[in-house]
Structure formats: C-alpha cells, structure tokens
Design a protein around this ligand. Structure first.
Ligand SMILES: Nc1ncnc2c1ncn2[C@@H]1O[C@H](COP(=O)(O)OP(=O)(O)OP(=O)(O)O)[C@@H](O)[C@H]1O
Ligand SMILES: [Mg+2]
Length: 313
C-alpha cells in the first residue's frame, strides 16, 4: 500500500479535483483505491458519490483509530456502478474541523497512520485530500503519507503558497517522517492562452526547477461537470474528458514511478514503538517535538528517546 497526500496551503487551487482525477485513473487501471477525505468541507466524499448520513466518519477515526471504527468509516463509491473494481472513501465530516488544531499533539498526528495500518492489505493506493491549511489535519495526513503532491495555480499568491508548503513539508520530514517525500508541484487550471499564466509558470520553474511536474492540468469545464455529477473523469463522455483522463493517467504514472517497487511499511504496524513514543511525548505538541528534534535524524532521536525511557524504567 502506498499513500499519497494532495495538498496546498491555499484554498480552491484544485486539490480535490486532482485527488479525484488520480482516483479515477487508479480505479480505471484496476488499483484497489481508497480516498481519505480529511477536508471538513467533504468535497471528495461528494465527488465519489458518497452522499448521505454516515454513522462513522474520518472524524471518529481521528479520535479513535480502532479497527471497527476505521472499517465503518469506509464506504464504497458509486463509481463502482461503472465497472468492477475497488474504489472506497473514508468519508469526510464537518466535525473534523475541530481537529484542525494549529498546535496538534504528537498523539493526534499519528492517528491516521495508525488507522491506515489497519487496512494496509486492502488497498494498493490511498489518496488523501487535505484541507487548505498547514494545521493539524494536513500534518496528520503527511505523517501517514509516503508522498505529497503539491497543487498550485499559475498565479502570484499560489507561487508564494507553494513555497510555504514545501518549507512546511521539509520541516516535518526532517523531524518525524523521513519516508515522506515531495512528489513535486502540479500546476492546475493552466490556460494555454493566458500570458499571466505563462509568466507564473516560468516563475515557478525558476523557483522550483524540476520539482514542477512536466504535465499540467488545464482549466476545463468538463472537470467541474464530472465532479458535480459525482462521476469519475474516466467515465465522462466527450473528447475533453478523454484528454483530461489521459493527463491524470500520466500523473498517476509519475506517482507510481516515484513509489518504485519497494513497499513501505506503516509505522503503525510496529505499534509498540508508536505507543511508547506517544507515552514519552504525551502532551507535547508537534511543534515542540520538532524543535527538540531539529536537524537530528528522526530515527536516531526516536531511538534515543526510547532509550532514555528504558533507563528510567
Ligand atoms: N482544472 C480545472 N478546470 C476547471 N475547473 C477546475 C479545475 N480545477 C479545479 N476546478 C474547479 O475549481 C473549484 C475549486 O477546485 P477544488 O475544489 O478542486 O479545489 P480545492 O483546492 O480542493 O479547494 P478547497 O481548498 O476549498 O478544498 C471547483 O469548482 C472545481 O471544479
Ligand atoms: Mg478541496
């Protein structure tokens, strides 16, 4: 199982559109796919046709990542009416909003990772749609992820936001999750005829070099139509939909290439270590932990913290 977060520090740039486009590509290729909707706006849940009242949601999972709760929070997307395969969603909830703390504790930050460890064998790919902030929910997503795809628009403020997102990621990566890597920055809503757009793309290229993905997602109404109808872009009629589907196929190919052959184990599997770590660091916020760990190799510092605990017991 590989886990990809789709993020940005700015709202409305197309995180959900990209997450759903990739989910559509994965489903059409036969990958067993789970979309985790961490955004309290629940747009990904709606886009996957999961509409209704759900007993348990991602908000319950983040409170208690128990096996039964994790399973009850996951429902089958109506996309499966189109063809056989696995496309599920861990349903979003407005209640997740209260967990989007600017100072998440170290315990909170591990919960999605622990939850995903419970379904490790059931999916090939997990795509996490995150809220547009760098608060608790996004960090929880990143800690559970192998890769982060940063989405940006070709506009001035998005360039600044992409910069802040890569910095925030780097900070977290150094401290806690060395397996986390930025996949790159994906330019969405590109308008081939716009000079402003082209100018910003060049600016992004100058700033981020080859971290800008070679494929762009153009501004196309067909994406809004499919999303609004709760259908995958691969199952939407018309030439424009076919072109968009091909773009997402290419981006998924990049995602898979970056995962390579080796499968990364969830740390949740090794839950004794996590539980001990949680005990040691209980009550501390992620920021405090990152500060103590600054510039140290995470593995070493975790080990040294655990070693310290052994001495005391
Ligand atoms: N490439 C595109 N072409 C046309 N419309 C797009 C494109 N990308 C996004 N949109 C539209 O823009 C709006 C915002 O996109 P989306 O919901 O994907 O952004 P988001 O980053 O997830 O937003 P939020 O931060 O609110 O979660 C949606 O109505 C979506 O359909
Ligand atoms: Mg969204």
């Amino acid at each position: 199982m590989h886990v990809l977060s789709v993020s940005s520090l700015k709202g409305g740039v197309g995180k959900t559109t990209v997450a759903l486009g990739l989910a559509s590509a994965a489903f059409s290729q036969g990958l067993r796919t789970l979309v985790v909707d961490l955004d309290p706006q629940c747009d990904a849940t709606t886009g996957l046709g999961a509409i209704g009242v759900f007993g348990e949601t991602v908000a319950d999972v983040l409170q208690n990542p128990r096996h039964s709760i994790v399973h009850r929070s996951i429902v089958t997307s109506t996309w499966t009416k189109l063809h056989p395969g696995t496309i599920d969603v861990m349903v979003g909830s407005p209640k997740a909003q209260v967990m989007d703390s600017p100072a998440p504790t170290i315990q909170e930050i591990w919960r999605l990772e622990m939850a995903l460890a419970k379904v490790e064998r059931e999916y090939d790919l997990v795509i996490i749609d995150t809220p547009p902030s760098i608060n608790g929910l996004t960090r929880t997503a990143w800690v559970a992820s192998d890769r982060v795809l940063i989405v940006t628009e070709p506009s001035l403020f998005s360039v600044v936001a992409a910069d802040r997102t890569t910095l925030a990621l780097e900070e977290l990566r150094k401290g806690l999750t060395p397996r986390l890597e930025t996949l790159g920055i994906l330019i969405n809503r590109f308008r081939p005829q716009s000079t402003e757009g082209e100018f910003r793309v060049n600016e992004l290229r100058e700033k981020f070099g080859d971290r800008i993905l070679p494929d762009f997602v153009e501004e196309r109404t067909v994406l809004q139509q499919a999303q609004g109808a709760g259908r995958p872009i691969h199952g939407w009629p018309g030439e424009s939909a076919i072109e968009m589907a091909q773009v997402f196929d290419k981006i998924l190919e990049l995602v898979q290439k970056s995962f390579g052959q080796k499968s990364t184990g969830r740390i949740g599997k090794n839950s004794r270590k996590v539980l001990r770590l949680n005990r040691v660091l209980r009550g501390q916020t992620l920021d405090e932990v990152l500060k103590t760990e600054a510039n140290e190799d995470a593995e070493n510092s975790v080990e040294s913290i655990l070693g310290l605990e052994d001495d005391q017991n």
